[in-house]
Design a protein around this ligand. Structure first.
Ligand SMILES: NC(=O)c1ccc[n+]([C@@H]2O[C@H](COP(=O)([O-])OP(=O)(O)OC[C@H]3O[C@@H](n4cnc5c(N)ncnc54)[C@H](O)[C@@H]3O)[C@@H](O)[C@H]2O)c1
Length: 258
């Protein structure tokens, strides 16, 4: 991947304090971009500012709050003059079977995953529309946008929404030179899936994942960077599965664990 894509570019990453968002942040920095990394976890962002150096700027942001999106984008423009790339990565999940899941837990998950990406795209694209060169947005959806997960109705429904929101964004924003694509990871080795490290569930995943392992976060970050690179100049509205071929073998039956 040519570094020219990334040099003198300003990138914004949500969920930058951990997992996939942090891996995207590190790779953008390695390739010469300036990165504004947003997360709820302010303490970790402060540590990362020391570790990653002056090209990284951490901002506390709750992706479910519209005013905070507006504020962070305006501070990026004030400090860096433009926004070239945005990666909407932040996410978490409250699970439960449909008959047991509370409306609060459903709302928490949908608000964070689907509304959070909508609000991000809205304010990122408003800025990119003002720039002649437009910009490029990557949303992190999930294999669960295509495949349901036992106890994961809110998460899978919200991730399916993120995939469609991505396509709608591509449709509406192409005229402004803005691309919007989605990455759909399978199982990735991050704190988010620590619950699944319950051996039985993890083993049931391994039986189904043809590559017989989870991805490392860097293996999701690299395709995410590809989607904003020159090599992907005609890729728009796409859903890129990064799942070690899991989609072709199907999800395990987790009902036996509940
Ligand atoms: N790990 C996987 O197997 C996997 C698979 C498919 C999709 N994903 C998706 O990838 C994305 C990143 O997940 P990860 O595995 O790196 O998890 P992670 O837990 O390592 O990182 C998620 C980050 O999001 C932040 N966050 C949570 N709520 C927030 C909010 N309201 N506002 C701002 N930041 C918030 C957390 O503080 C954390 O730093 C998520 O959208 C997740 O659904 C992960």
């Amino acid at each position: 991947m040519s570094q020219i894509t990334f040099q003198r570019k300003t990138a914004f990453v949500t969920g930058a304090a951990s997992g996939i968002g942090l891996a995207i942040t590190r790779q953008l920095l390695e390739n010469g971009s300036t990165v504004v990394g947003a997360d709820l976890n302010e303490d970790r962002l402060k540590e990362l500012e020391v570790e990653l150096g002056s090209s990284f700027n951490g901002k506390k942001l709750d992706v479910t709050k519209e005013a905070e999106h507006e504020e962070v984008i305006s501070s990026i423009v004030k400090e860096h003059g433009k926004l070239d790339f945005a990666f909407n990565v932040a996410g978490a999940n409250k699970s439960g079977t449909i008959t047991d899941l509370s409306l609060d837990d459903w709302n928490f998950t949908v608000d964070l995953i689907l509304n959070g990406v909508f609000l991000g795209m809205k304010h990122q694209a408003r800025q990119m529309k003002k720039q002649e060169h437009g910009g490029s947005i990557v949303n992190v959806s999930s294999l669960n946008a295509h495949v349901p997960m036992y106890t994961g109705s809110a998460y899978a429904s919200a991730k399916a929404g993120v995939e469609m929101l991505t396509k709608n964004g591509a449709l509406e924003l192409a005229r402004d030179n803005i691309k919007v694509n989605a990455i759909l990871p399978g199982l990735v080795n991050t704190p988010l899936v620590d619950d699944f490290k319950s051996e039985e569930i993890f083993e049931s995943f391994m039986e189904r994942i043809p590559m017989k392992r989870a991805a490392e976060p860097e293996e999701v970050a690299k395709p995410a960077l590809f989607l904003v690179s020159e090599g992907a100049s005609y890729i728009n509205g796409a859903s890129l599965l990064v799942d070690g071929a899991w989609a072709v073998s199907g999800y395990p039956d987790l009902s036996k664990f509940f």
